[in-house]
Design a protein around this ligand. Structure first.
Ligand SMILES: Nc1ncnc2c1ncn2[C@@H]1O[C@H](COP(=O)(O)OP(=O)(O)O)[C@@H](O)[C@H]1O
Ligand SMILES: O=P(O)(O)OC[C@H](O)CO
Length: 494
């Protein structure tokens, strides 16, 4: 009997495949990194072949390592780095350019021209997003405009667009299905989150109407069956969600007001706002949390581009330590932690500043500043940035008393305790921190009847540890005002 769920998590730096049993317990995992390409200042690309090959390899490996037969997999869920854009030729089956990654800033001038022409309100009212190179639509346009022959092929109806989930589904089903889910569609800047349709007016405005857009499905749906040649059996795909929304599901944030924050390369905080989209007046994004049985649950999102990436920079760029695991003990020895600030605006600042031209800085250095102080400042920067998001959401009227956290950084107790201190709220870490993969496994399992309801899934979520604020209000305010001062010094526009 089919009793397991296979989650594919195609992320920014690696592809993972995780097998879960019906109780959401991880049975096995395989992971593979792939190269990053930086062909120009501010450009970030992935070779689609790497995305596909690494995904296939980890799926095959996890089955081999666990000894689980493909027939025992009841369903597959695909979760992915969002916004990253792939275009392929439907006749040749070949991609026409590298995948342009979400971090890529090459369309920032074009985005600025849209802002200058006063399209911000139109875009926000339809898509819930702010005009920014982060989202897929201007990346599609760039490929059409700049890669020889693609525009002509698009006019002939031969060019398909997909986010990474859509491309992988197309590959896994040997070109039978060109589909995505509503959470991924909501990150393109071409999808109307109110009508749940591709928005013809925006598509025309951006001049991307000749590409074929994927069919938008629920996050828990019948996406198609993968070809037996890949894993040895035909297995249905029943869950697709962008990785941050999948984490919302994996954290069982199913009630309005519940919120999670994921600390990986970047940090993404998502608040469930229920069946009503909440328009932000403070530069948060309105997005789709998940769509099940045609019913949309909306969310408010704060996106920070650099979280764990700051720790990687301290390790690989400055070579201050060999392993991220050393950061906790290093930071515990910091004597000037309260006065040294690192603003990791390496690729500009995301929410709530949206300042692509800001650059990073270290503030408060003295003759006795140590490696420990700098490491501590790197870890704390992630918490201060989260406070920026929490405050912006609070100004939008969203208040909450508990934050659920996950991702690679939250194994660091010092980070999670400081987060609770600086936010002044309870921070909760779950037993399973692979919430992204777990979330999409839940979505797939829901569709095939392994779970009856979201309530049943909620019961599987378990807290591992709660962190409560230990810092006084006065100290909190003093530290945070130092952060705001540091940020104000790196802004390109105040
Ligand atoms: N003990 C630690 N303390 C602080 N940061 C850590 C620790 N362990 C890992 N990290 C950071 O967490 C990130 C990896 O998290 P992960 O969720 O795997 O990221 P992603 O899915 O974006 O690739 C890396 O940027 C790494 O620097
Ligand atoms: O692949 P991750 O975990 O860095 O997540 C990337 C986000 O989906 C970008 O929006």
């Amino acid at each position: 009997m089919s009793q397991y769920l296979l989650a594919i998590d195609q992320g920014t730096t690696s592809s993972r495949a995780i097998v879960f049993d019906a109780k959401g317990v991880r049975v096995g995992q395989s992971q593979q990194e792939f190269p990053q390409h930086f062909p120009n200042d501010g450009w970030v690309e992935h070779d689609p072949k790497d995305l596909w090959q690494s995904t296939l390899t980890v799926c095959q490996n996890v089955l081999k390592d666990t000894g689980i037969d493909a027939d025992a997999i009841a369903s597959i869920g695909i979760t992915n780095q969002r916004e990253t854009t792939v275009l392929w030729d439907t006749e040749t089956g070949e991609t026409v350019y590298n995948a342009i990654v979400w971090q890529d800033r090459r369309t920032s001038q074009y985005c600025q021209s849209l802002v200058d022409k006063d399209y911000s309100e139109l875009v926000q009212s339809k898509t819930g997003l702010l005009i920014d190179p982060y989202f897929s639509a201007t990346k599609i346009r760039w490929i059409l405009e700049n890669v020889e022959g693609v525009k002509e092929r698009a006019k002939l109806g031969c060019i398909a667009f997909g986010t990474v989930d859509s491309y992988l589904l197309w590959k896994l089903t040997n070109g039978r299905y060109h589909r995505t889910d509503a959470t991924n569609a909501a990150r393109t800047m071409a999808f109307n989150i109110h009508t749940q349709q591709w928005d013809e007016e925006l598509i025309e405005l951006l001049e991307i109407g000749d590409v074929i857009f994927p069919q938008v499905m629920d996050s828990s749906d019948d996406f198609g069956t993968i070809d037996a040649q890949w894993l040895g059996a035909e297995i249905p795909v029943n869950g697709i969600a962008g990785d941050q929304q999948a984490a919302l599901v994996g954290q069982a944030c199913f009630d309005p007001g519940m919120v999670k924050s994921t600390y990986g390369t970047g940090c993404f905080m998502i608040l469930n706002t229920g069946d009503k989209p909440l328009k932000s007046e403070h530069k948060m994004l309105t997005t789709v949390g998940y769509r099940i049985n045609g019913k949309v649950t909306y969310a408010l999102e704060g996106s920070i581009f650099v979280a764990g990436a700051a720790i990687q920079w301290l390790r690989d760029g400055l070579k201050l330590f060999d392993d991220a695991a050393e950061t906790q003990s290093l930071a515990e020895r910091a004597l000037n932690a309260d006065t040294v600030y690192l603003v990791p605006a390496f690729t500009g600042l995301g929410a709530p500043y949206w300042d692509p031209d800001a650059r990073g800085a270290m503030i408060g250095l003295t003759r006795d500043t140590s490696v420990s102080d700098i490491v501590s400042a790197g870890l704390r920067s992630v918490c201060y940035q989260t406070k920026d998001l929490v405050d912006a959401m609070a100004q939008d009227g969203a208040k909450f008393s508990t934050l659920r956290v996950d991702g690679g950084m939250v194994v660091n107790n010092l980070v999670v305790q400081f987060l609770s201190d600086v936010l002044g709220i309870t921070v909760e870490r779950p037993q399973v921190t692979e919430t992204t993969a777990l979330g999409v496994a839940f979505l797939a399992g829901l569709r095939v009847g392994m779970y009856e309801s979201l309530e049943q899934i909620s019961e599987l979520w378990q807290s591992e540890q709660q962190f409560n604020p230990e810092m006084g209000q006065e100290n909190r305010e003093k530290l945070y005002s130092g952060w705001l001062d540091a940020v104000s010094r790196v802004r390109s526009v105040q």
